[in-house]
Design a protein around this ligand. Structure first.
Ligand code: NAI
Ligand code: MG
Length: 327
């Protein structure tokens, strides 16, 4: 197994080494390929990600990604968007459930849902026009894109409660009634029951009744927004991992950014990156190791070995050392 490692910028340079120290504890045969990609490289070379970098990444099986600071250049093209498109990482999967002892902002203490977001088209299709007095972004929803994301959601649901919630805005957008119809067809063919929610109602209900949901499937922009909302539900962006999965490659990343406000202080919460490694191990079929990370994270949270974002005074390294010692 070959793993491309992109620490990126800011706290990416702190949480990815922390997560790798946990991975290394298992002594698995994983060849790590470090790549210098991001804002630092853009400043030096004018390019955050080169074609040569892409070639090296395509020789790997998967990617562990930290975060990249967006350069102040109106023509900058997002590295993550390019990786998602070129590696065809069409399913963005973000699980959300409360972690031990973490204070929740809502009253509901029991929930466990996954946002399955289409990751390659929709509002982020990249088809845009900027004129003096008008700007256009074309939202592309294809049958292929909708079918494969619905299929992913159904596969996930088949291992859980066998139900999906399709989130859309079909009352206004024709592209969304198309998405909805494709999804319902896939659910029926796969014997998965489905319900539907309009995205605005969903944004509201997710805060009030997160326990009602299990597998949520939606388009790119809606999934982007709902999954950040869901991160607030679990008590912090420093806790939330994600997987970007395609048929050939996969990329795992904490959902947070490079957090320049706390970078270089050694206080970033490494748990989102460590749980991203957990998702990577699940993808590799390393169930035991993945479960072991989950138990170790629960245990350090239980012992209140936590970084300042969760009200503690431990460092990034203290937390990752504690987790590494338990896996
Ligand atoms: P951010 O996620 O970097 O930070 C938001 C807030 O959460 C900050 O107060 C930060 O200190 C805190 N935070 C984030 N991760 C944390 C962690 N692990 N532990 C403790 N606190 C944490 O989002 P922001 O500030 O909007 O973006 C900063 C830069 O990162 C921008 O240049 C943005 O474009 C980029 N970004 C990159 C992403 C990626 O590469 N995947 C995703 C989101 C933002
Ligand atoms: Mg986002």
């Amino acid at each position: 197994m070959k793993l491309a490692v992109i620490q990126g910028d800011g706290i990416g340079r702190e949480v990815i080494p922390a997560a790798l120290s946990v991975l290394d504890a298992f002594g698995l045969e994983i060849e790590k390929v470090p790549l210098d990609i991001g804002y630092g490289k853009w400043e030096r070379t004018g390019s955050a990600l080169t074609d040569e970098d892409m070639d090296i990444i395509k020789e790997c099986d998967c990617v562990l990604f930290g975060a990249i600071t967006t350069p102040p250049d109106p023509n900058y093209k997002s590295v993550l968007m390019r990786l998602r498109k070129e590696l065809d990482l069409y399913a963005n999967i973000r699980p959300f459930s409360p972690l031990k002892k973490v204070k929740l902002p809502c009253n509901t203490k029991e929930f466990d849902f996954v946002v399955v977001r289409e990751n390659t088209e929709g509002m982020y299709s990249g088809i845009e026009e900027l004129h003096d007095d008008v700007a256009y972004t074309t939202r592309v929803i294809t049958r292929k894109g909708s079918e494969r994301i619905a299929k992913r959601a159904c596969i996930l649901a088949s291992k859980r409660k066998k139900q999906i919630t399709i989130v859309h805005k079909a009352n206004v957008l024709k592209s969304d009634s198309f998405f909805r119809n494709v999804c319902t067809g896939v659910a029926k063919r796969n014997g998965i029951s489905y319900s539907e929610m309009l995205v605005d109602a969903m944004a509201y209900d997710l805060i009030l009744n997160p326990q009602k949901y299990d597998v949520i499937v939606t388009t790119n922009l809606f999934g982007d927004i709902l999954s950040d909302e869901a991160a607030a539900l679990v008590g912090g962006i420093g806790l939330c991992p994600s997987a970007n999965i395609g048929d050939r490659y996969a990329l795992f990343e904490p959902i947070h950014g490079s957090a320049p406000d706390i970078a270089s202080k050694g206080i970033a919460n490494p748990i989102a990156a460590i749980l991203s490694v957990k998702m990577m191990l699940e993808w590799m079929g390393r169930t035991e190791e993945a479960l072991s990370i989950g138990r170790a994270v629960d245990s350090v949270l239980q012992q209140s070995i936590i970084t300042p974002d969760l009200g503690g005074s431990y460092s990034t390294k203290n937390v990752s050392d504690a987790i590494t010692g338990l896996v």
